[in-house]
Design a protein around this ligand. Structure first.
Ligand SMILES: *[C@@H]1O[C@H](CO)[C@@H](O)[C@H](O)[C@H]1NC(C)=O
Length: 418
């Protein structure tokens, strides 16, 4: 029985590892083949750049001109290939690039001497990356055998998406649709879009108006199937923004309302207003106490000027402030609102000496606490070690040690007090 169980477990383990290995290696292969195509494409790109840069190169030196003239061979010379190879093909320090060049050295040479020398416009990408090294595919094809992408080679995904693995020897060839499209070949519209036009080869989806809740059947606010919150359907104009501020103003008493697209906004009135229809001291319904309306503007009242009896007590000065006034006292005195007189400031208690006393007291306490605290910790530790040796129950150990430590602490306090 045990043996069978064990055998099964082994089987399962092996199987699991196999699956993990397969998954890892397959993703490795897929990503590797996409990267290999990129590496090859880069070599082709660098080759073209190298060609351009070495167009007018001369060898510079004695027999150069002779060589160039008599052989006319610079354009297709081995020297030029070497120069391009060494200086351009793997411009980055990419290991993959050097590895690929080394492996396919003969093919690149063949391209140079047999293909490019005969036709300067020969497609190196097609010749090398697709046909020789077989790491890339022609455009709109994918996978190891360069199959047509979903939706066909001419316009895969109806031009409304990307074909997975396109142009490489990897991928699934399936469509990843652009915003607004879905379906195997991206020929259907998602919610929030409507089908503007469609035939066998073309589908055009257009976004619904911003006033639509989700779906629509044509452009503009009239095309909505339902209106978004904050919009209301009108027979003539489709979904229209609701002006929340128009009827029942949804704001607090001392606020004003601003209509926004699809919503509204409440903001506090100017400080001089008691109710308002916008921001500013000229948009008040009424003025707050301390302000008076002049030419539709709520202006601050200068109470001190208008009523000279204010702050008329001994050593008092009237001081106008925005919306009110204040009485100030001379000679460093304090204005008492209840009695409306100036009184001396209360003397601050002598702080310095007292705080020093406190500090000293505290310091003493902590110094006394310290040995007691350390003693308790020490006792717990000692009992714990002893307990674990004799294998007592941990709770008994902790209990005993705490009791004993507290006793010692108390004893220490008594002793120190004397
Ligand atoms: C399909 O529509 C596209 C664009 O709307 C147009 O260019 C194409 O000619 C049409 N094809 C057919 C078969 O009607």
């Amino acid at each position: 029985m045990m043996g069978v169980h064990k055998f099964n477990l082994q089987k399962v383990t092996v199987c699991c590892w196999a699956v993990v290995f397969l998954v890892l290696s397959s993703t490795e292969i897929i990503s590797a083949s996409k990267e290999k195509c990129d590496t090859c494409k880069n070599i082709v790109k660098n080759f073209k750049e190298g060609l351009e840069k070495t167009k007018k190169s001369n060898f510079g030196g004695g027999n150069t001109r002779w060589e160039e003239k008599s052989l006319g061979a610079w354009a297709h010379s081995e020297t030029r290939l070497v120069e391009i190879w060494d200086n351009y093909l793997c411009n980055s320090e990419s290991k993959d690039c050097h590895f690929m060049l080394e492996k396919y050295e003969e093919d690149v040479e063949e391209f140079w001497f047999n293909v490019h020398s005969k036709n300067e416009n020969a497609d190196m990408h097609e010749w090398l990356c697709i046909d020789k090294i077989k790491v890339c595919c022609p455009s709109n094809t994918y996978g190891p055998k360069c199959k047509d992408c979903t939706g066909g080679k001419d316009r895969p995904c109806q031009g409304n998406g990307e074909c997975d693995g396109e142009g490489t020897r990897s991928g699934s060839g399936k469509c990843k649709c652009n915003d607004g499209y879905h379906g195997d070949i991206c020929d259907e519209c998602t919610d929030g879009y409507f089908e503007e036009s469609k035939n066998d080869t073309h589908t055009q989806c257009t976004q619904c108006d911003k006033s639509c809740k989700s779906t629509c059947w044509e452009d503009g606010p009239k095309g909505c199937d339902e209106c978004k919150n904050g919009w209301v359907m009108s027979e003539d104009d489709g979904c229209q923004d609701i002006n929340e501020c128009e009827d029942d103003v949804p704001c607090d008493e001392n606020q004003y309302c601003t209509n926004t697209v699809g919503s509204y906004h409440c903001a506090t009135c100017h400080r001089s207003c008691l109710g308002c229809h916008g921001y500013g001291n000229n948009k008040c319904e009424e003025c707050k106490n301390g302000y008076r309306k002049e030419n539709d503007i709520c202006n601050d009242i200068n109470e001190c000027e208008e009523d000279t009896t204010l702050c008329s007590g001994d050593k008092q000065t009237c001081n106008n402030v925005d919306g009110s006034y204040e009485c100030q006292c001379d000679d460093n005195l304090l204005y008492d609102i209840d009695s409306k007189t100036c009184i001396p400031k209360p003397k601050a208690p002598p702080k310095s000496s007292k705080s020093k006393d406190n500090k000293d007291k505290k310091k003493g306490n902590t110094e006394k606490d310290k040995p007691g605290f350390i003693m308790i910790l020490g006792m717990i530790l000692v009992f714990y070690i002893c307990g674990s040796i004799v294998q007592w129950n941990l709770i008994i150990v902790l209990g005993l040690s705490t009791v004993f430590a507290v006793f010692l602490y108390w004893f220490g306090m008594q002793y120190e007090m004397q």
